[in-house]
Write a protein that binds this ligand. Structure first.
Ligand SMILES: Nc1ncnc2c1ncn2[C@@H]1O[C@H](COP(=O)(O)OP(=O)(O)OP(=O)(O)O)[C@@H](O)[C@H]1O
Ligand SMILES: [Mg+2]
Length: 226
């Protein structure tokens, strides 16, 4: 069946959307350790963009896990999906589920950006191949490549662990010490830094406003803000 699927192009062009929204849609992909400051900068940027009259929307880790990428329990109990659908398509935290989590986010961000929005994503997204696959989805967009801006929130683990607002590092360290482990990024699961990020930001010494300014400057330089 899958070989019988053909892309059906619409008649609205990217130029028409750009003219309407006074911006060219793009995905701004924040990646980094837990506690590195991804959500903080993404939400501040979203606010500034909206205040300046630009349409932006943030897809954030935990929020997406309550809907698009919810687990089987949420799907079955609160949405009423069948057991089969909930089990097959609800996401947990095993390696394949994490991969699928990032894949769906990449595809949704691409659709938002294609619609003309700035899609901001804040997920740890620790594996390079998963982020690169999201980049590829943007590059291979049928009606033309969509800008994919990878922002490496390169805050050292020492800072993240000190801030630890969710207490997750503490929990992960305790799990490792107890000989169980938790598969937590940076503690007992790897984080693969981007090889060629468009932008890099370190929330140890740089204020959120500086990070926002950095991204805005990039968007302006690339002509994405009309
Ligand atoms: N530039 C900054 N300067 C000082 N503190 C910051 C800065 N950015 C973020 N923080 C603080 O660091 C902590 C972690 O930030 P945040 O929740 O945005 O991280 P995250 O990368 O989204 O983590 P997670 O992956 O767990 O969701 C928060 O307490 C936040 O207030
Ligand atoms: Mg976050």
């Amino acid at each position: 069946m899958s070989s019988n699927i053909f892309f059906h192009a619409g008649t609205v062009t990217c130029e028409e959307r750009t003219k309407l929204l006074k911006q060219t849609g793009a995905t701004i992909w924040f990646t980094g350790l837990s506690g590195s400051g991804k959500s903080t900068i993404a939400m501040a940027l979203e606010q500034v963009l909206i205040q300046r009259g630009h349409l932006a929307y943030t897809l954030d880790g935990d929020n997406v896990r309550l809907g698009l990428n919810a687990g089987p329990k949420i799907l079955a109990e609160t949405r009423g999906y069948s057991e089969e659908v909930s089990k097959r398509f609800g996401l947990g935290f095993a390696a394949a589920d994490r991969e699928e989590n990032v894949r769906r986010i990449g595809e949704v961000a691409k659709l938002f950006a294609d619609a003309g929005l700035f899609a901001l994503t804040s997920f740890i997204s620790p594996y390079r191949k998963d982020r690169d696959a999201a980049r590829k989805a943007h590059e291979q967009n049928k009606t033309g490549a969509i800008p994919f801006i990878e922002v490496y929130v390169n805050t050292p683990i020492a800072t993240c662990q000190t801030r630890d607002p969710k207490g997750l590092y503490k929990q992960a360290r305790a799990a490792v010490e107890a000989g169980k482990g938790m598969g937590f990024t940076g503690v007992d699961d790897p984080y693969e830094p981007p090889a060629n990020p468009e932008l890099t930001f370190d929330a140890t010494s740089q204020a959120t406003e500086q990070g926002v300014a950095l991204v805005l400057k990039y968007l302006e330089e690339k002509g994405l803000l009309k």
